[in-house]
Design a protein around this ligand. Structure first.
Ligand code: NCD
Length: 328
């Protein structure tokens, strides 16, 4: 079976940079999720397609990554495309090259590019220089839009409820870019947020203000044990050691929260326990066998979501003349 998008749907994404989750409308999300649903079978059955044959993805990672980088690369290979990459000291950024120039240069090699860098402004400068679509895989503590899409996809996957979701975020809400992006995305859907953190690691006030302005409810607390029973979803995050300037401050807050089987007893039977991973001590390993633990499912969903994004921005889903649109 082949899959094509209508001209209108295709036009929404063709050549588009994916820099912030704020650029996504509910209609965009619908298209991405439908397409990811289609690709899921290819991911689960480990089948290669030829949709992106002849196209090259460049992955440029200047911070550690396992899931994000490998899921983009796996996704591109499953779509039939090829992958090139640059990391840390192997690139001319080390020699002082600007992000704009790097964007100009690498877009002469690749058809789509994915960048992760600790500087917030890096992604915008890189995209300015680029003549091909650029996808943000994490810019400092600011945003991680593709993680937000796979998180929402995982929340909705196989579940009926979508309205008035009660979601708790626990851990490092100050520096956690994954938590920032999924919060902004859920701002579109009248969510009730419970931000659970140490007072020094609270959700940035501008994000809290934004979701309130969108009509969402926000409850801020330090108490996980009393809050967990009210939640449909609990999104756990790692305290982001690499963002602290002073290690003693990190040591003081790194172990404030831990989800263990005792804590899970207080939670709803239908809770979804999510985590973008990597996990340190914030979720006990014994919790992995609890059917409510869905963080490894998120990893698989990440491949299908990234395949959808790669296919959408590269224009390989345009309906060829004379062919019938299937599925969309
Ligand atoms: C997250 C990240 O890099 O922001 N990881 C990921 O991409 N899955 C979360 C983290 O590192 O804690």
């Amino acid at each position: 079976m082949s899959i094509y998008l209508s001209k209108n749907e295709q036009a929404r994404f063709l050549g588009r940079h994916i820099l912030s989750i704020a650029d996504f409308t509910p209609e965009d999300i619908h298209i991405v999720f439908k397409l990811a649903g289609y690709f899921e079978d290819y991911v689960k059955n480990r089948i290669q397609m030829d949709l992106m044959k002849g196209l090259i993805l460049a992955t440029l990672f200047f911070e550690p990554s396992t899931r994000t980088r490998l899921s983009f690369e796996t996704g591109m290979l499953r779509l039939g495309g090829s992958v090139i990459n640059a990391t840390g000291t192997s690139s001319s950024l080390e020699k002082g090259e600007s992000f704009q120039d790097m964007g100009k240069v690498v877009s002469r090699f690749a058809d789509v590019m994915v960048l992760r860098h600790p500087l917030e402004s890096s992604i915008h400068q890189f995209a300015e220089g680029s003549s091909v679509p650029v996808i943000n895989a994490g810019n400092g503590s600011n945003e991680h839009p593709t993680q937000a899409l796979l998180d929402l996809y995982s929340i909705w996957h196989g579940r009926v409820q979508t309205k008035n979701l009660k979601i708790g975020f626990v851990g490092d809400l100050k520096f956690g870019r994954a938590a920032h992006s999924i919060t902004k995305l859920l701002g579109l859907y009248k969510t009730h947020f419970y931000f659970i953190s140490h007072p020094t690691l609270r959700m940035p006030p501008e994000i809290t203000k934004q979701v309130k302005a969108q009509g969402c409810k926000v409850t801020e607390t330090e108490n996980l044990a009393d809050t967990i029973k009210d939640l449909d979803v609990l999104y756990v995050t790692r305290v982001q050691k690499e963002r602290f300037t002073d290690l003693s401050t990190y040591e003081a807050v790194k172990s404030c929260y831990r989800i263990d089987p005792q804590m899970m007893k207080k939670a709803n039977l239908s809770l979804s326990l999510l985590h973008p991973l990597p996990r340190l001590d914030e979720i006990a390993v014994e919790v992995d066998k609890d059917p409510r633990a869905r963080y490894f499912e998120q990893v698989t969903n990440g491949v299908a979501i990234r395949m959808a994004l790669l296919a959408l921005v590269s224009g390989r889903l345009a309906e060829p003349a004379g062919e019938k649109t299937i599925g969309f």
